[in-house]
Ligand binder design. Structure first.
Ligand SMILES: Cc1cc2nc3c(=O)[nH]c(=O)nc-3n(C[C@H](O)[C@H](O)[C@H](O)COP(=O)(O)O)c2cc1C
Length: 430
């Protein structure tokens, strides 16, 4: 019997991989879009629906980055509305621990858990980004080194608030005195169906992994290849014992993309077509500008790579992390371009992330199953390239095969997200 797989649906949001030019693309704001993807996920018996968060519109070269998604509504409000049109699907909101307060957020999460009868989850993210901080009263005040100190105390404090009501419905005063928060009073929301909403962590540094091992129920990770996934999985699971936790107490779910076709060859062709849509000529220049850190609008995307050095420490893009050493990236791009005779746009297509699983439904189902069996993941957060119909094929054609082989549930067996994920009930600490 294969190990049980967990699946989540990521609503395509702030990223450069959503294809807006496709005639099937619809609004990322209208409730009907959220509802359609959530209903598809629930039809597929997914564990949860996932909303990312971006607290400031990204800017590029001093202007709002309108090749990206521009604008999105607040996650918990959307999820409260989805609770009314779904029945079993978990509802996960990404909410920043840097720009919120435990009392207020614990209340909102406990409320979603009540309204959804035990389906709430919180993806705890951190940010020290002063650009985002300008939107808030205490703009940019948090030192990078303190992000996880605050996040860990935030989660611990929220759990104290959730535990301040007894399971039989009596409220007790709470008092928390720490380095980040000193608060006391009475919590307004009775203990919710899950006791504690599910906590997800997304962050890859050593501190991020340690925080996840100590406090999270799920990790959302970028390590979506078999090799990188296995290394990450072993690393994180090995950290749990120090906190008195079992390997099954923390589920590891990489964000992945899937392209299917009737045959493997057709899927490969579709995947290449999607990559060409994702990396339009305009987007190729923009991606190159993020690497070079300078204006490249004078260059032809169908011509050779820019013949200049990158600018270190550039702030051409605001609100997006610049990964790695730009000199090393440019050198790698030049090598690929020269070896294969590729234009700038073709080089971007070749070197930036391609789809993770490409093949016939049977090929994709088998690969997903082997990732879980080989302990590269406990499941997957699927990131479609179309809003909101991007998971239709997966749910209609891949899920039935996973169900047939016993790799994935055919019916929900419980009603809470915690039960879908096979997580232990939180112990009440009164
Ligand atoms: C897979 C993944 C998804 C993330 N999603 C978000 C998000 O939706 N919103 C956000 O503000 N930060 C998001 N983050 C950023 C993290 O919260 C964190 O700020 C960043 O990874 C840097 O932390 P680290 O040094 O521990 O990796 C995400 C990170 C990862 C790895």
């Amino acid at each position: 019997m294969p190990r049980p797989m967990h699946l989540a649906a990521h609503f395509p949001g702030v990223n450069n991989t959503t294809v807006w030019a496709d005639p099937r693309s619809r609004s990322q704001i209208d409730f009907s879009s959220f509802e359609l993807l959530a209903r598809t996920a629930e039809r597929g018996k997914f564990d949860f629906f996932f909303l990312a968060e971006g607290l400031r519109l990204r800017e590029h070269n001093g202007r709002v980055h309108d090749l990206d998604v521009v604008g999105r509504p607040e996650s918990l409000t959307v999820l409260n509305a989805l609770a009314a049109v779904t029945d079993r699907l978990g509802l996960a909101a990404t909410v920043n621990a840097t720009f919120n307060e435990p009392y207020e957020l614990a209340r909102r999460l406990a409320t979603l858990d009540h309204l959804s009868a035990g389906r709430a989850a919180w993806n705890v993210v951190t940010s020290s980004d002063a650009f985002t901080g300008e939107n808030f009263r205490r703009g940019g005040y948090l030192d990078r080194a303190d992000r996880y100190t605050r996040a860990a105390e935030f989660v611990a404090t929220a759990r104290e608030l959730w535990d301040s009501w007894t399971p039989d419905g009596t409220s007790r005063p709470f008092a928390h005195d720490g380095t980040q928060f000193t608060i006391s009073g009475e919590f307004t929301v009775p203990r919710s169906p899950q006791g504690h909403p599910v906590v997800i962590q997304a962050g890859d540094s050593d501190e991020g992994r340690e925080f996840a091992a100590s406090a999270a129920d799920v990790i959302f990770t970028r390590h979506g290849t078999l090799e990188a996934g296995r290394v990450f999985y072993a690393d994180v699971k090995a950290r749990l014992a120090a906190y008195g936790r079992e390997p099954g107490d923390l589920k590891i779910m990489p964000g992945v993309t899937v392209v299917t076709g009737d045959t493997d060859a057709e899927a490969q062709e579709r995947a290449a077509g999607i990559r060409r849509q994702q990396v339009s000529p305009q987007n190729a220049i923009l991606t190159a500008e993020q690497i070079w850190g300078t204006d490249l609008s004078a260059y032809d995307p169908d011509g050779p790579l820019p013949d200049i050095d990158p600018v270190p420490d550039s702030e051409i893009t605001q609100g997006r992390v610049r990964h790695g050493d730009p000199f090393a990236t440019v050198a790698r791009w030049r090598a690929v371009s020269e070896a294969k005779g590729l234009s700038l746009r073709q080089t971007v297509i070749e070197t930036t992330t391609r789809q993770s699983f490409i093949g016939s439904p049977r090929t994709v189902a088998a690969e997903l199953t082997s990732f879980v069996d080989e302990r590269a993941a406990d499941g997957f957060i699927l990131v479609p390239h179309l809003t909101p119909s991007g998971l239709d094929d997966f749910v209609d054609r891949v899920v039935p095969l996973l169900q047939e082989s016993g790799a994935f549930r055919s019916e929900y067996t419980g009603s809470t997200l915690r039960s879908h994920l096979g997580l232990p009930e939180p112990v009440w600490k009164g």
